[in-house]
Design a protein around this ligand. Structure first.
Ligand code: ZN
Length: 391
């Protein structure tokens, strides 16, 4: 199917406009979302390479007054949220447009959420039912335009924000943080460098995979995850080998959105072990997942044989067995030139006790198919450090 020529609007779990070039019609979408004066939260890189120009031109054509907010860290912190909130309030904005990777979209969602709150941001960390502490009225609307195919933050109800006090990345959650409109315009992902295409694509793959393997009865998420995996399997290498392949870019963007829809069911050990490395060493999230994938899968393997076989059959992998899937994944990681040892991220043995402590308390650990106790987690970290992989 020629995805690049399609124009589709889906309404689950939010309004999703899927069409190449659709971001140039942002003025129409602002009217649809009833945002009259947006604050545009945007990656600095997109301003530098002029990728944002057609979007800005549309706002000008539609006579929509706006300001840009681009001064924030790559991994947004509570301070980035406060600064964004100051800009938002100073100019009396009434909503936000987020253009960029997952962290930019997360930042915009956090600003929109915090405009209605009087308590500090980490009072709303995704623990127990802390989100009920929030004032849910007055949370601002966000239109999300992803420029990478990875996190799926455009359809998520949470934001990853780094705490400047303890340097940990924390998940802030509220159901109303879900953007009102997500715009999937694959033209914006055309310029992504190869390594980012690979690492973000693997993140999207892992979201679908971990959701499918997470215990619990959630056939809706399972169905989404299987189809998301298929889209990524059929397109990730094409997008990596030829970044201009618009059809592959379209499929990757949808596969990434589907991963985030699926992981409402839960993630697992790959994310639980990856988050602490990202917090301590500022490593790229997708790249860290790519390294951990095989080691966590080796630990879970005997517990998820049936699910792995199901995926292998759905993806038409030769043999259709659990092993076929693992072999395909390892070959894929090699084709995408992903490293296979944590040492490549600067991790050494001295980091393992702290990483382990953080990983067992990570929210994603709870939905891993096998229990993740401290001794298990540190042995997985050790294996990933030394490249010791065995099924
Ligand atoms: Zn992820």
């Amino acid at each position: 199917m020629d995805l690049a020529s399609l124009t589709q609007t889906w309404t689950y779990p939010t309004k999703i406009h899927f069409s190449c070039g659709s971001s140039k019609k942002i003025g129409v979408f602002c009217e649809e979302a009833e945002i009259l004066k947006p604050l545009v939260v945007v990656d600095q890189q997109l301003i530098k390479n002029n990728l944002i120009n057609p979007i800005i031109n549309s706002l000008i054509t539609y006579k929509i007054p706006f300001e840009l907010f681009a001064e924030f860290e790559e991994n947004p912190t509570d301070e980035s949220v406060s600064n964004g909130l100051k800009s938002f309030r100073k100019n009396n904005h009434d909503g936000l447009i987020a253009i960029g990777g997952g962290s930019t979209i997360d930042l915009a969602k956090a600003i929109a959420f915090m405009d209605a709150q009087s308590r500090p941001i980490f009072d709303f960390e995704d623990r127990f039912d802390w989100w009920r502490r929030a004032n849910s009225k007055g949370i601002r609307r966000v239109i999300a335009i992803p420029t990478t195919a990875g996190t799926g933050s455009e359809v998520g109800r949470a934001a990853v924000i780094k705490d400047t006090k303890d340097l940990r990345k924390k998940l802030v959650f509220h159901p109303n943080m879900l953007p009102v409109i997500a715009i999937l315009d694959a033209e914006l992902t055309i310029g992504l460098p190869k390594q980012i295409t690979a690492a973000t694509g693997i993140d999207a793959l892992v979201h679908n995979l971990e959701s499918y393997l997470a215990p619990g009865y959630h056939p809706i998420a399972d169905g989404v995850a299987l189809e998301g995996l298929k889209l990524i399997k059929n397109n990730i290498e094409k997008a990596f080998q030829n970044g201009d392949n618009l059809n592959a870019r379209c499929a990757m963007l949808v596969g990434s959105t589907m991963g985030a829809i699926a992981f409402q069911k839960g993630l697992g050990g790959i994310h639980a072990l990856s988050h602490p490395i990202g917090s301590l060493l500022n490593s790229h999230h997708g790249l860290t997942n790519a390294i951990l994938l095989r080691y966590v899968l080796a630990y879970n393997y005997t517990e998820v044989l049936e699910q792995l076989a199901c995926i292998a059959r759905y993806l038409n992998l030769e043999g259709g067995e659990p092993k076929s899937l693992v072999e395909w994944l390892i070959n894929l990681l090699e084709t995408l030139e992903m490293p296979n040892k944590l040492s490549s991220l600067g991790v050494d043995e001295t980091h393992i006790p702290e990483l382990t402590k953080m990983a067992i308390n990570d929210q994603a650990a709870a939905s891993n198919p096998r229990p993740l106790e401290a001794s298990i987690v540190s042995s997985i970290y050790n294996d990933a450090l030394q490249g010791k992989f065995k099924l």
